[in-house]
Design a protein around this ligand. Sequence first.
Ligand SMILES: NC(=O)c1ccc[n+]([C@@H]2O[C@H](COP(=O)([O-])OP(=O)(O)OC[C@H]3O[C@@H](n4cnc5c(N)ncnc54)[C@H](OP(=O)(O)O)[C@@H]3O)[C@@H](O)[C@H]2O)c1
Length: 338
Amino acid sequence: MRQIVTTANGGVEVLKVQEAPNPTPAKGEVVVQVKAAGLNFADILARQGLYPDGPKKPCVMGYEVAGVVEAVGEGVDPQLANKPVVAMTRFRGQAEKVAIAANQLFAKPESLSYEQAAAIPVNYLTAYALLEVMGSLHAGESVLIHNAGGGVGLAAIDIAKQIGATTFGTASPVKHKFLRERGLDNPIDYRNQDWLPVLKQITAGRGVDLVIDPIGGSHWKKSYAALRHTGRLGMFGVSTASANGLQGKLKMIKAAAQMPRFHPIGLLNKNRGVFGLNLGHMWHEPEKVAAWMKVILDGVSEGWVRPHVDKAFPFAQAGEAHSYMEARKNIGKVVLVP
Ligand SMILES: NC(=O)c1ccc[n+]([C@@H]2O[C@H](COP(=O)([O-])OP(=O)(O)OC[C@H]3O[C@@H](n4cnc5c(N)ncnc54)[C@H](OP(=O)(O)O)[C@@H]3O)[C@@H](O)[C@H]2O)c1
């Protein structure tokens, strides 16, 4: 089988499609024949050598796939064979075949293509955990979604609309028309202006009830300043450090140095909450994740979960797929197809 190997830290030239032996399912596992694999920002940071959770190189990245169950291991329901599925993968998803623990597997909604199904797990689980589980967003509240036009961003808009919250979102201006059509109430251009005074102006100086921030570094301080009383800040990424080579390492050091320190007394007097989320550290909580996934997959049939695939790149063009995201061109999800 073919797989996309990140051969070393570096630019897109380190991505190579290589042959590997077919996997066989261990006890409790299935092998999925992959029809589409999600590309996530973490894959880019891993390639750049800036993702501490990534496997040692050479490695095959990929946190999610949609495909068909090809083989079933001992202790797994044999009726799963030949079933269309969507799955979380702890790496190795960007391959023609992948062995996965059966508890990371869900039935693919019939109404979705394989590419749309592969766009669900990471983006929607992350957004669900941020907004619903940890952010406790309620009807009538307001949320600021940074990078609203990205994969997690679009998922967060769907979930916030379903909750009945007012949505604010930062994004490159070329994405605003599409974001309005998706239901974002207030798109804000953060590339050509300072977004905080704009947000304060639209909210009559108050700010919002929840901010979700994947940019990191000093940006978390700014997002904290955007909260009204009883507001919460969810921190879940450091995309500000994204760059190849030494520049990336220096940017990561700068981001770490500029991160805010939250004092309990400050939180108490300002009635604010802060939290962090790393979906990649939830593998030991499969029941929680499965319960979230059930709500999300039910949301597909109810019509409020609308995975949007911007572009599907063949495995051979994995480098172009990375470059497309790094150049901020994607609206919603980028997927890789064998
Ligand atoms: N902690 C977790 O569990 C978790 C899970 C999933 C994702 N994440 C994080 O969430 C963020 C979004 O992930 P995603 O996979 O959905 O990606 P994405 O948002 O679909 O793609 C990247 C988008 O982010 C924006 N962006 C901001 N800074 C950027 C930079 N320095 N370089 C390139 N693009 C930049 C761009 O949009 P505009 O500039 O147009 O806004 C770009 O289109 C990432 O930081 C990722 O690491 C965290």
